[in-house]
Design a protein around this ligand. Structure first.
Ligand code: ATP
Ligand code: MG
Length: 756
């Protein structure tokens, strides 16, 4: 291993005058100029890893004569990819089109569009999202007569997904099954995979798995990509899972394969690995040097993003993780403002505080709303912020959550388009066959299903033989035929390569989706109609894409449009531009990775919320949560707020949560507390009160003694204040105000209340 950053003289000698090296420090320059064996750039947040990657790509072309088509760059979001491409296009012109810059998933789709036929797929295969895949798994479980209570489809889904991330096919999985449950999973997995293949569909994990399969099973295909991609670059390398790791390894190749290995450059930060639950393994980054013995490692230590106080807070938190390499991140930015801490009474007060603060920063001319981002652990936490911002007319944008493409009506319309592109797509076909209602019920479909299975046909072919199915009522068969002839009329448009937006409009009219919604008096349907029109607008935008933004083998087509929509990620929704469109951006901590904002509010810092309650028992999971905290804290450039609520309603009952351990880990010296709360963090030993109320049993023989004005906590209602008392002994009662739950009259002998 070479630690280039420890050898400044060598770096100085290597320096040339390329303008592409301007604004880089010596270690960054070394990374941009590095030639030859694998290069790993490991560094803390905000140290310019992504900048190195972008510059390196430009440098390869401008100074080393590398052609754009020889470059494969993997970024975390499609948007980052788009930006990178634009920048390169400015440099080398439209030829930038032939460069592959994309997410892992998009790159794999491109590879598979060319190669999937080797694996028995058509090149217009559908891409199933989580919901589609869950639907198909449920169908499989139903066909296998599995008890859905005992075997929830979601559990199958997550186990199959883990298997795929480990590159285990159904056979491998079956061979490794340890118990009866895993044997059942193996069976479901095998059938699921067959059904996917006959539907000419791949789920998200398949995109990676099947790409690896192509490269490993077909030497000619591998040789083609190997000789093409001379440079492979990966950002956020810490979040690659095993399958992605192997994909990269296959594409790069090794010394003894006839073709020289590609130059590999990966950048990442083990402290920001936050997708362990999805199979990402830090091992990939920690052991890079072992896997690539001739690798060069460059460390970057200067942070250009944040002030020292922000870094001190982030460093203090991440240091508490045990299995990590110590890093020394510093900045020239000066200590800057202290962090602001705020303990709110409940989640509404927390959101009020954030809103007031954004407004007063704006009034003071310190920070515009577009400079601010609000982070939280789970999507559900956005709701309160939305309510309060809406009331205050503070413009905002929630990134992620129930996404546009997950709305029912949008999925319906997309399902029509998917069937037009790929009629074997069973999940989509079933979704639309009776939407809007056209008299084709579940029973009729069961008949088709049974007939198709008996005759070894696909569901689609089975539908075409509806007339021949003896059990099928004539009315239903007639309805099926009408449906099929409508589809075939629409299909003519696809064959004629009509623009996607025109096809969409035709689908809206012909299918009856439009007239159903426009004749409805339900105001919700109006919103639905607007969403469908929005999809038309999205397709028009797609059609007007500048030619440079298309890959060299891409063309404007229905399939291309579907592919783009299938692959949108949460982070792609982040408002563009320096000022983020002037709106406050709200998102989960996971989505925030790689981004930066002048002002950051890290909210919900409570044990049980963040770290998430699910992770509290497991050390490795807490460590992953801590890395997530590190990601959140290091997004801030100038101002960082850390807030928590003393209680918040979760699942309908107020829950008291102690301060997040991450909050306690931040040194007091860097925080300016605006409000420390009433119960404050001395209350941290109290358990989480979200448990169901204790049953009135005989155990509690005497009633608790209370006085008016005293603060208590109740298992279900959370914190309260005693308003009045009545009765004595076993009959003692108290009226207690529980904030959002209002006043309750409790018989104290049975009430699960404790004094604070
Ligand atoms: P993360 O770990 O969060 O992904 P990163 O290491 O990728 O961060 P970048 O996003 O590349 O860091 O850089 C952080 C900020 O610092 C950006 O605004 C970038 O433009 C700026 N920056 C990077 N290197 C330099 C430099 N040498 N001089 C000035 N600014 C720099
Ligand atoms: Mg980055």
């Amino acid at each position: 291993m070479n630690l280039v950053s420890r050898k400044p003289n060598r770096i100085l000698n290597m320096m040339s005058h390329s303008p592409l090296l301007d604004g880089l420090n010596p270690a960054q320059m070394a990374a941009v100029q590095h030639i030859g064996g694998p290069l790993l750039v490991v560094a803390g947040a905000g140290s310019g890893k992504t900048r190195v990657l972008t510059r390196r790509i430009a440098y390869l072309m401008a100074e080393r004569g590398v052609a754009p088509y020889q470059i494969l760059a993997i970024t975390f979001t499609n948007k980052a990819a788009g930006e990178m491409k634009e920048r390169v296009a400015e440099l080398v012109g439209p030829i930038a089109r032939s460069m592959w810059v994309s997410t892992f998933h998009s790159a794999c789709v491109r590879l598979l569009r060319q190669e999937a036929s080797r694996l028995g797929y058509g090149n217009s295969f559908s891409i199933y999202d989580q919901a589609d895949s869950l639907k198909l798994i449920s169908l499989v479980a139903k066909d296998l007569n599995l008890d859905v209570k005992r075997y929830p489809a979601r559990q199958f889904q997550s186990m199959i997904s883990s298997a795929k991330n480990e590159l285990l096919g159904p056979h491998d999985y079956a061979a490794k099954a340890q118990n009866q449950f895993e044997q059942v999973v193996a069976e479901v997995y095998a059938v699921y995979q067959r059904r996917l293949q006959s539907a000419n569909a791949m789920d998200f994990d398949d995109l990676i798995l099947k790409s690896v399969e192509v490269l490993q099973s077909f030497p000619e295909a591998k040789a083609r990509f190997r000789s093409r991609f001379r440079h492979v670059l990966v950002d956020e390398y810490q979040d690659t899972n095993h399958a992605q790791y192997i994909l990269v390894r296959e594409l790069v190749g090794s010394d003894n394969e006839g073709i020289a290995p590609a130059e590999l450059c990966v950048v990442g930060d083990a402290d920001q690995s936050i997708y362990g639950f999805r199979g990402a393994t830090i091992r990939n980054i920690l052991q890079f040097e072992m896997d690539y013995p001739n690798a060069t490692t460059i460390l970057l230590e200067q942070n250009y993003r944040s002030t020292q106080n922000i870094l001190d807070a982030a460093n203090a938190v991440i240091t508490k993780n045990e299995s990590r390499k110590e890093k020394n991140l510093w900045t020239e930015a000066g200590s800057g403002a202290q962090l602001v801490g705020y303990v709110a009474e409940n989640e509404h007060d927390e959101a009020e505080f954030v809103k007031d603060e954004i407004r007063s920063l704006q009034r003071a001319g310190t920070s515009e709303p577009g400079d601010s981002a609000i982070f939280y652990r789970t999507n559900a936490q956005s709701r309160v912020f939305e309510e309060i911002f809406m009331r205050a007319a503070l413009p905002y944008k929630v990134v992620g959550g129930l996404r546009f493409y997950e709305r029912k009506e949008v999925k319906d319309l997309l399902a029509y388009l998917r069937v037009l592109a790929n009629p074997n797509d069973e999940v989509s076909l079933r979704r639309i066959i009776n939407v809007p209602k056209r008299g084709i019920g579940d029973r009729a479909l069961d008949h088709v299903d049974a007939y198709a299975v008996r005759n070894n046909l696909t569901f689609w072919s089975g539908l075409h033989r509806s007339n021949e199915i003896p059990e099928m009522p004539a009315r239903a068969a007639g309805a099926v035929n009408l449906f099929l002839s409508m589809l075939s009329a629409l299909h003519v448009l696809v064959e004629a390569k009509i623009r996607p937006s025109v096809i969409i409009e035709a689908v809206l009219e012909q299918s009856g989706l439009m007239s159903e919604l426009s004749s409805s008096s339900d105001p919700q349907d109006e919103v639905r109609l607007e969403n469908l029109q929005e999809l038309v607008a999205v397709s028009m935008e797609y059609e007007s894409r500048p030619i440079e933004s298309l890959g060299e083998d891409e063309e404007i087509s229905l399939a291309g449009f579907l592919e783009q929509v299938s692959l949108v990620a949460d982070a792609d929704e982040i408002p563009e531009g320096e000022d983020h469109g002037g709106v406050v951006t709200l998102m989960t901590l996971h989505t925030a990775k790689g981004l930066e904002f002048p002002t950051v509010f890290l909210t919900g810092l409570e044990d049980g919320v963040f770290p998430h309650s699910r992770t509290l028992g497991e050390k490795s999971e807490i460590e992953e949560e801590r890395r997530l905290a590190y990601v959140g804290l290091t997004r801030a450039q100038a101002r960082l707020y850390v807030t928590r609520a003393e209680y918040r309603s979760s699942w309908g009952s107020p829950t008291y949560n102690p301060a997040s351990r991450f909050l306690d880990e931040i040194p007091e010296t860097v925080i300016d507390w605006r409000n420390k709360g009433t119960a404050s963090s001395t209350f941290t030993k109290v358990r989480n009160f979200s448990a169901p109320p204790a049953r009135p049993t005989g155990k509690k023989s005497t009633a608790i003694e209370l006085t008016v004005g005293e603060r208590v906590s109740h298992d279900t209602f959370g914190l309260g204040t005693v308003i009045s008392l009545a009765g004595e002994g076993d009959r003692a009662e108290a009226t207690i105000n529980f904030g959002p739950y209002g006043e309750k009259r409790l018989l104290l002998r049975y009430a699960p209340v404790e004094k604070l």
